[in-house]
Write a protein that binds this ligand. Sequence first.
Ligand code: GLU
Length: 304
Amino acid sequence: MDFDKTLQELPAYLREFFGKGTVASYIPALARVPAQKFGMALCRVAGPCHRVGDSEERFSIQSISKLFTLSLAMGRCGEELWRRVGREPSGNRFNSLVQLEYERGIPRNPFINAGAIVICDILLDHLPNPKETLRDYLRLLSGSFDIDFDQEVARSEAETGFINYALANFLKGNGNLHNAVEAVLDLYFHQCSLALSCSELARATVHLANAGVSPLLGEALLTGPQVKRLNSLMLTSGTYDAVGEFAYRVGLPAKSGVGGGIAAVLPGDYSVVVWSPELDPSGNSLAGGAALEYLTTVTGKSIF
Ligand code: GLU
């Protein structure tokens, strides 16, 4: 399989997709990212990593961080987690208040904002320093020990995060947050601010393509059943309110973020991360989705 050749074809193929989406603009640090950036990194479970474009430039991983907070919570909380968060696609906006009210403070899944906020609460219950644990987990997984929070992004998230405050207060009012709203959201806003490159994120997710064992560390980070669940949740809930369309076009479990990143895995074969800041109306990277569709179609390698 010539992944290098396919990746090198992408910049020309993607030209027609640029200029058709919108860069997230709710905070200045995201609004000023050049719209035409594009990078991809693909790490084989047994083999090298392939790269193209701006694959080494760090970007705001935003909701892709929900993968890592959920991984940490799964290892610590067990079945109790699933009494507080569901595992169905939401079919609604990622920050919907209406749905949370209908469903009495139990978020549909851990990848919508309300679900991720409950996961932060669980981490605060189980870890003395969850921010540091999360950052160090990503450093270990990626092998890049200078990965960090972007404090400007974290501050802006807090200054503009009125809907997240509403969600957290509603969760608290329904008894589904144990810790103070401010403390839970401080962790949530920091996780959104983590900055990694495509290469770093591809290394940090390759264990999800390898039954939980990092080929880089030679160590099990999650169990096989935990990875099966995480990947299933990505497939059913990882790409906002467009999961059906995304699965139809790409055929891989994936998690996206409003910074324009998408992390996807083909179990047994590879992890792949793409970054391009212009988003489609559902909040997924427009060129990123097109690039993944091209990759799985041309190589014939998807979970289906
Ligand atoms: N940080 C933003 C929020 O919490 C967006 C997260 C995302 O979906 O990437 O609303």
